[in-house]
Design a protein. Sequence first.
Length: 256
Amino acid sequence: MHGTSGIQIINDGTFGTLHSADLVLRTVSTERARLDTSGRLLVGTSTARSPQGLTPIFQIEGTGVNESSMSLTRNSADNGSATLIFNKSRGATVGSDVAVQNNDILGFIYFAGNDGTDSDNSAATISAHVDGTPGSNDMPGRLVFSTTADGAASPTTRLTIDSAGTSTFTGNITTTGTITSSGNLAITREQPIISFDDTTDNPDYYIGNIDGAFRIRDTTNSVTRFQVNTDGHIDIAGNLDVGAGIDVTGAITGTG
């Protein structure tokens, strides 16, 4: 059935428009959703956008939090939840099952903002990658968290969690709480240090590997309090209070 409206309904249940026309859904004479001639489902807008240079098949746009948000809700008397799934196959046709490979990207989340011209640059991204060789019921993965520095046009990797559970940070780590680990903590960079900044008026310290020497330094007073040099000699700035015996292999030299 069809008429001058351009709407066609076929006996097999097919419903759509004739010729090159969008299918528009309205209530109370107000447009609510649009399926355009390119097959894109648009909610809240009649014109598709291309943020990050992509033109998604499903787009929501609005001027308020309600009109520009979506939710997934599950009601069940168990511990299950609603689910959002990112899935990838290396197959070239819809419905194919072809195994992914090491370093393939399985999912990407962009956090983009308009710069007054377009929304092609993201402030942050989260991505999931294959991290090893997949096999039957075996899919090793890693998560990569990236942020864009001020003045930059693209994100830089800040944290990677690999398939072995190792977390690698590429920037500074600042915490106001406790860091607990059941594994090793490794800091890899030129002259790595760990800073201890007191929020009161007490001195601040760092411990670090400075040109091969292990150093404990009072950064408030700019004094190195303890250092193990590359030749094994130990320098102590200040008094040494000992509550038990000292076993020494070699000489002890005092300058104070």
